[in-house]
Design a protein around this ligand. Structure first.
Ligand code: NAP
Length: 494
């Protein structure tokens, strides 16, 4: 039973970040409700079920730091294993009963002068539920809204057609003529799984990718037994992977001229030269921009699969889609039974399409009319006690998303404690602090490898990378010690 005046948290989304928030709030003995629009937890791992799906970040890093998993079967686990991990965690921490499944939040409206914190959020869900919460944690994901290509005739295709993140498992694949548009991480993983199973496989590539060869390693039962019996060793492995990733790769991308990127290019080039036997195909697979400018593609089987006798890499531009297949500009019709759109996501949506109305009635959609931004990627001026995990300007391609969410959540809790102890009335960054951060971030972003002249989902409407462009050490320092002077607070000012 909730005590009067006890603060209530609404968590939006039961993916990796939402579950993390629920576990941590439960541990802290705080009151929360999770709103999940689907019927299951898992977020991106629930929605992406395409053949070949796996996490290309090592599984022992892609785990909560407090819930390391000795049972991972692979170094880069398949999607179903990761989904099972999140289902298991939900069960073990007893949070399932606090999740309202099948309820999308449609409206969050700040009501000043009500609730126990000088105001509260009125939240409405798709089921008609209306409730009040002092705090909102939006854990709504980034790669969430599928992007469909603007190709003439797409709707006229007579075969089966779907986006990679909306896989139709009723459609038979074996022995069929399959076409896939897109060579990002999704298209590449699908190719590895499907090229050998199809009658013919056409991969439509607009831009060649840098492919980093990383062999898939299966852990033996003996190794898993040793992980089980030695939790300390598991912790050390997690720490070591984190150091390698955050002090190594994460810094590499901050400087477009970095010698470490030359090294990555060297490794990828050698792989291309040695693995692709046909010189003409090799040239079509050779990227002409800086490695890591687009997100690096990690694969142990893409080059082998695209050389499968059934497979063809199509680099002619697509002219249109017709009932029978895809026609390229050279006039050729690539006849298909199944067409997969591995064409990525709208990465600028974040909490949208919810209606979020902050202090004074401001609409977040209006505030973000040009582009989304957030102070330190977690809070927005004018939206009190409203936090985002992996929100705008988060380190989406350079740090571990799980560790990022854990650190952002810990930051949120520190601010919450400042409110509880009376140092702040509520949590709302000043406009000046948000603008200063955004200016500095934009300048740093222009020097990163993401800004060295390729097209990618890292770029905003101006062509400036939107992600966190500073080292991990700075992120950690910012998250560990909130600068209270960057937050509005009448009480603090008094
Ligand atoms: P993506 O990286 O955005 O790739 C989309 C692909 O579709 C690109 O090759 C793009 O070509 C192509 N494309 C888009 N519109 C097109 C059109 N009209 N005609 C032809 N080609 C078109 O999307 P994604 O592969 O789904 O990956 C998104 C992100 O999800 C990844 O970068 C990664 O962060 C994450 N992901 C991670 C994993 C993992 O293992 N951890 C797996 C899958 C996805 P251009 O390159 O020319 O734009």
């Amino acid at each position: 039973m909730q005590a009067a005046g006890e603060p209530r948290f609404a968590i939006i989304g039961a993916g990796m970040s939402g579950l993390l928030s629920a576990i941590k709030l439960r541990e802290a003995g705080l009151d929360f409700t999770v709103f999940e629009k689907a019927e299951r937890v898992g977020g991106t791992w629930r929605e992406n079920t395409y053949p070949g799906i796996a996490c290309d970040v090592p599984s022992h890093l892609y785990s909560y730091s407090f819930e390391l998993n000795p049972e991972w079967r692979y170094m880069a686990s398949p999607g179903d294993e990761i989904q099972a991990y999140f289902e298991g965690v939900t069960q073990r921490y007893g949070i399932r009963d606090s999740i309202r499944f099948g309820e999308a939040v449609v409206r969050c409206e700040w009501q000043p002068e009500s609730g126990s914190a000088g105001g509260c959020w009125e939240i409405e869900s798709s089921s008609g539920f209306v409730g009040r919460f002092e705090w909102v944690i939006a854990a709504t994901g980034i790669l969430h809204h599928p992007k469909f290509p603007d190709i003439e005739g797409l709707d006229r295709f007579s075969g089966a057609m779907f986006h990679s993140a909306r896989w139709d498992h009723d459609v038979p694949l074996d022995g069929r003529r399959i076409g896939v548009i897109g060579t990002g991480s999704s298209g590449v993983q699908i190719t590895g799984a499907l090229a050998p199973r199809s009658a013919s496989y056409s991969l439509f590539q607009r831009t060649a990718q840098w492919v980093v060869p990383v062999e898939q390693i299966a852990y033996t039962e003996e190794q898993r037994t040793s992980f089980r019996s030695d939790p300390k060793a598991l912790e050390e492995m997690h720490a070591e992977l984190s150091r390698t990733f955050h002090d190594g790769f994460a810094n590499t991308v901050l400087d477009g001229e970095s010698a470490a990127i030359d090294e990555i290019e060297k490794v990828c080039r050698e792989y291309l030269e040695t693995r692709i036997s046909d010189p003409e195909l090799r040239e079509r697979l050779r990227p002409d921009y800086r490695a890591a400018c687009k997100r690096l593609v990690i694969s142990h089987n893409f080059y082998d699969s695209i050389q499968h006798p059934n497979a063809e890499l199509v680099t002619e531009d697509i002219q249109c889609v017709e009932p029978g297949g895809v026609r390229t500009r050279d006039g050729r019709l690539h006849e298909l039974d199944v067409l997969v759109l591995a064409t990525g996501f709208h990465v600028d949506r974040f909490v949208r399409p919810m209606t979020i109305r902050g202090d004074g009635g401001a609409l977040l959609d209006e505030v973000w009319r040009q582009r989304p931004s957030a102070y330190l990627s977690v809070t927005v001026p004018g939206f009190p006690n409203f936090f985002m995990l992996n929100g705008p300007n988060s380190p989406v391609g350079n740090f571990s998303l799980i560790m990022t969410a854990e650190m952002q959540f810990a930051y949120l809790m520190k601010l919450f404690e400042h409110v509880q102890s009376g140092n702040l009335d509520l949590v709302m960054p000043t406009r000046a602090a948000a603008e200063r951060f955004e200016e500095e971030r934009t300048e740093a972003a222009k020097k990163t490898v993401w800004a060295t002249g390729c097209k990618s989902w890292y770029l905003d409407d101006r062509g400036i990378p939107f992600a966190w462009p500073f080292p991990f050490t700075r992120f950690r320092a910012e998250m560990e010690a909130p600068r209270l002077e960057d937050y509005e607070s009448p009480r603090r000012a008094a």
